[in-house]
Design a protein around this ligand. Structure first.
Ligand code: KO2
Ligand code: CA
Length: 284
């Protein structure tokens, strides 16, 4: 709805029934101004400077003044986590926060925020925002401020570790693996979301970046695990470019997650729950 049509509808209803409709129709606009006035660059500022403690949608402002809406997790480990979600190498942004569990979403905070830690939620597809926390199948965060070492966000990290074909060999040229603290789940439940063969070649309790496979294809993030072998396409996400093995079977966000059937949890196949969940990335 354009600004113009908002005014027109508002004045039409104002004549008939005054207060209620005016309040109702203006609420989103006032709401927008209200949050925008916070002038916060991330959720931690919204919490620390403005005392907001509710999980939900807030407006943030980048260093260059771009205002965008995203979800703030104000409860995990003291709160102040900003939802980013990634597409790894560039500054292009897309999607809306409400649709983050049914479609791709990436906001300017991905490159604008200078963060120290990350949190990850695996939330079943199409879950409404207010149920993300409860519906999640796995949630965890880092607490060692590792992003200081990699430029403060994933945009910078993936510039040091490009997610591209043929940048190196499996294991020896992988990016960092960072220990995690589980907020929902544990090492055992992490084993249950990836296929049994995957469990044989990774270790739970980590988040890993730019993992390379036997064929020198690169993935972006191994959520909850650290690779110990070269079939990372079955438990690491966000790989594309070129995946030589069984090309193009392994290309896409969830690379080779259905190698031994869709959602079967047999061999290298991940569970159906995992396959049908969005991976939400937060900064703090
Ligand atoms: C298989 O049977 C197979 O898959 C391997 C893949 C797994 O990522 O690299 C090889 O292609 C192998 O030749 C064989 O096709 O082995 C545990 C063994 C799985 O799916
Ligand atoms: Ca393989």
């Amino acid at each position: 709805m354009s600004y113009r049509s908002v005014i027109r509808i508002e004045s039409k209803y104002k004549k008939r029934r005054s207060v209620l409709c005016v309040v109702f129709i203006f609420f989103p606009i006032l709401n927008f101004r209200f949050w925008a006035q916070f002038n916060a660059r991330n959720c931690k500022e919204v919490k620390d400077k403005y005392g907001q403690t509710e999980n939900g949608l807030y407006y943030l402002t980048t260093a260059t003044g771009v205002v965008y809406q995203t979800f703030c997790d104000m409860t995990t480990a003291g709160g102040g986590w900003t939802l980013e979600v990634g597409n790894w190498a560039n500054r292009k942004t897309f999607g809306t926060v409400e649709a983050a569990t049914d479609d791709d979403f990436k906001n300017p905070g991905y490159y604008d925020i200078e963060a120290e830690d990350m949190s990850v939620w695996h939330v079943p597809n199409n879950t409404p925002v207010n149920h993300w926390n409860l519906a999640a199948i796995m949630r965890y965060h880092t607490d060692r401020h590792f992003l200081h070492l990699y430029g403060g966000n994933l945009y910078q990290l993936f510039h040091s570790y490009p997610v591209e074909y043929n940048v190196g060999a499996h294991l020896s040229d992988n990016g960092p693996s960072i220990p995690i603290v589980y907020d929902l789940g544990d090492k055992e439940s992490t084993k249950n979301v990836y296929g049994p063969y995957s469990g044989g070649e990774n270790e739970g309790g980590f988040i890993s970046f730019r993992a390379i496979n036997h064929e020198r294809a690169a993935t972006a993030i191994c959520s909850g695990v650290k690779p110990k072998g070269g079939n990372v396409e079955h438990y690491c996400i966000g790989g594309c470019g070129f995946f030589p093995e069984a090309n193009p079977l392994q290309c896409g966000d969830f690379t080779g997650f259905a190698w031994n059937g869709y959602g079967t949890h047999v061999g290298f196949s991940a569970s159906k729950q995992m396959l049908e969940s969005a991976v939400l990335l937060f900064y703090c």
